[in-house]
Design a protein around this ligand. Sequence first.
Ligand code: BG6
Length: 478
Amino acid sequence: IPVEPFDLIIFGGTGDLAKRKILPGLYRRLAAGQMPDGARVIGAARGEMDASGYRDMVREALETFVPEEDRDADSIDTFLALLDYVPIDAKGEAGWPELAALVRKDVVQAYYFSVGPSLFGDLAARLHKHEIAGPQARIVVEKPFGHDLESAKALNASLAEHFNEDQIYRIDHYLGKETVQNLMAVRFGNMLFEPLWNAQYIDHIQITVAETVGVGGRGAYYDKSGAMRDMVQNHLMQLLCLIAMEPPSRFDPDAVRDEKLKVIRALDPVLPHHIVRGQYDALGEEPSYREDAGDPKSRTESYVAMKVHISNWRWANTPFYLRTGKRLKARASEIAVVFKETPHSIFDNEAGSNRNVLSIRLQPNEGMNLDVTIKEPGPGGMRLVTVPLDMTFADALGPDVEEVPDAYERLIMDVIRGNQTLFMRGDEVEAAWAWTDPLIEGWQQRGEVPKTYDAGSAGPEDAMMLMHRDHRRWREIK
Ligand code: BG6
């Protein structure tokens, strides 16, 4: 279904994110027939160039970042015809009158701040000063949304000077992933799971976001950030919220975000011995974290594992184990809900534990698996065995279903539609920082050095111990 006509203005329109994600995402929506007549995309950046130079740049970006089988010459030409470009100075006055003359006030205006957070306030102020923002103006901001609670509050305040909360779309691209949205569908669209979704039936929950990439190329940014700020404060926190929140009364932005906020506010402070930080070592020709970061003494973590408790009735004493890291053995993200054992066994020769585990594979190979205990076939008596009930979404949904869209495609279209459900509210971001800040400060005060782990491994040994001490095991990363 096409959306309303709109003007999308990309500040940082020549940058990496625009080339890799935003413009290819928009192109795909056009190719899928979702772009209305009268949609326009205006790049705005420091570089001097005209509209035709910008179109050439975007054509090259599409050829680089959209796979050949998804490209179609006619659609590309139609897409390029929507583009315009304005050279602009975010901190000065140059280019703003030209932008004002170009954008339309009577359509949805989406201002995408694809720039560093230090420019958010400048951009918001100039949109206001030059009277560019119309009644349907929305702004889209990317992570990192601040560096800590104080900076996040300052950013929220600088945006709030000129825009209302319902005009601000804070992106966490994990919320745009199909499988992440599916967490809500599985929990709240089925009768089967929700009655068991609590401390009485669930032993613990594991959330894993494992990556094989290192930080090469982004070392300068990453070294000031680390896995805690780069992944846990936002992406893992969002996953935790979706898996732990109470059912919202409706699938609408504030109902959902109110429930997520309650989860973050109910998080206990994490004890120092419940967190393990790691840093990857060199592997053959591949550099170590410290080489990638360009600092031989860096104490920034490229891996973090932790045990987290949510203090409320539903989750009392049910640990959530979170881990994420770079240069691990596989790219695999999943949430595993490990149920308790049956309270009493009626079978004599039950071998080991027969736990039900519901695992939701977020990426790759999106799907769900439920480990179920059954009788081992054969005449040898009542022997139990655990088997997987496996569902790969692509197989189950069949070939007619539209290919899984990239997170950005979904999120940009939601901005145009004015749907904030999959975007973070200001108070949510602040609450997440309020929880992570003391953990990071604690490491700094104690001068903690992360443990090294072998690149291509499952992470530091101490992270395994975190589980073993509780007589539990991480699921294999594969
Ligand atoms: C980004 C982080 O937000 O998410 C990166 O800054 C990380 O460090 C990336 O690699 C992971 O995203 P995805 O979609 O590849 O899981």
